[in-house]
Design a protein around this ligand. Structure first.
Ligand code: GDD
Ligand code: MG
Length: 323
């Protein structure tokens, strides 16, 4: 079975971490997000992944020598220009010649969802497409779904305004598609799966939803990217074997990357590969890919690759400022 994985976005909300590195290549618990996703897709029966690429396709190719992740073959569909979600799915599916039931996944979602279970549910429901649903408290940043008792989607509202809907079930960003859905998407045009293709399927009662209560995080914002990482704190993945941790460093519920050097204090934070926290520096609830010098205290900060944080108290600092 094929899966199309959407990885063409610019990851703007995670800048400066995503200035040069696409969001799905950033690590979760010290392994690239896309690798963890590929493994979960493989466990659900996926043999071939087609990456729907736009921004920095080179980074992905370089990361997969032999174009494989374990037993999964990787394919690269590079859009000439961003085609939006449906445009990208159709471009990638045509590029790879997909002609049977396939999976689609947003590249920035971390979840425990069992892909094989979703595919089974899709076959039982017998619709053209089935989307994974997950409950959230505040659905305003997502696609919200209203379903009927039989699981058919009655309404799909992308990024609803307050009062638009009472539903708290959202589009979890993993789908199963019949290839016929591609006929709804005109080649070479910008088309949104959330704003155009799903509503068109809803009108014909050909879209189903499959809700689960699995752990689910969209890693698109600094706080959610941090949260997804901290799921791996206190596991063997937390401190990379190539990290350099001084004897009197203090690390609490954090992720430390390959080649990172820790002499100071790190709490509920991600220190990416090659970054450093000097003795006498303190980092809390932050994402750091740069160098935190002695006397610096960071709270809820995002520090880009190679940026230097001077001494002083910093809250909600982004360094360098995103362009
Ligand atoms: N190839 C390609 N081309 N990929 C794209 C493009 C494009 O033009 N635009 C977006 N993507 C990719 C992004 O890289 C990301 O993996 C995925 O599509 C979704 O884009 P986001 O920018 O992360 O969307 P979102 O988080 O605001 O909303 C989406 O995800 C939610 C769940 O996490 C929607 O699908 C919502 O309905 C959903 O609830
Ligand atoms: Mg997202």
């Amino acid at each position: 079975m094929h899966a199309v994985v959407l990885v063409g976005g610019f990851g703007t909300r995670l800048r400066p971490l995503t200035n040069d590195v696409p969001k799905p290549m950033l690590p979760i618990g010290n392994r690239p997000m896309i690798v963890r996703l590929a493994e979960r897709l493989a466990a659900g029966g996926v043999t071939d992944i087609v990456l729907a690429l736009g921004f920095r396709p080179d980074t992905f190719r370089a990361a997969f020598p032999g174009d494989r992740v374990g037993d999964v073959r990787m394919h690269y569909a590079v859009e000439p220009e961003p085609l939006d979600t449906a445009g990208a799915i159709a471009f990638a599916a045509r590029h790879a010649g997909i002609d049977s039931t396939f999976v689609v996944a947003n590249g920035d979602v971390v979840t425990g969802l069992d892909i094989a279970e979703l595919v089974d549910a899709h076959r039982t429901l017998g619709t053209d497409a089935t989307i994974h649903l997950t409950p959230v408290d505040d659905p305003s940043a997502y696609g919200v779904v209203e379903t009927t008792e039989g699981g058919i989607v009655a309404r799909f509202i992308e990024k609803p305004a307050p009062g638009d809907t009472d539903s708290r079930l959202i589009n979890g960003g993993t789908y199963v598609f019949e290839p016929g859905v591609l006929d709804l998407i005109k080649p070479g045009q910008r088309v949104s799966v959330e704003r155009e293709t799903f509503p068109a399927l809803v009108a014909d009662q050909r879209l189903a939803g499959y809700p689960t209560n699995d752990r689910w995080i969209d890693t698109g914002r600094p706080d959610t990217y941090l949260e997804a990482n901290l799921d791996h704190a206190d596991t063997p993945d937390a401190i990379h074997p190539g990290a350099n941790v001084a004897e009197n460093a203090r690390i609490e519920r954090s992720i430390i990357g390959d080649g990172a050097r820790i002499d100071g204090e790190v709490t509920r934070s991600v220190i990416l590969s090659g970054a450093s926290v000097a003795a006498g520096a303190r980092v809390t609830d932050s994402l750091v890919w740069g160098h935190v010098t002695a006397g610096a205290t960071l709270d809820h900060c995002v520090i880009g690759q190679d940026a230097e944080v001077p001494a002083g108290n910093h809250q909600h600092l982004r360094l360098p400022e995103p362009a």
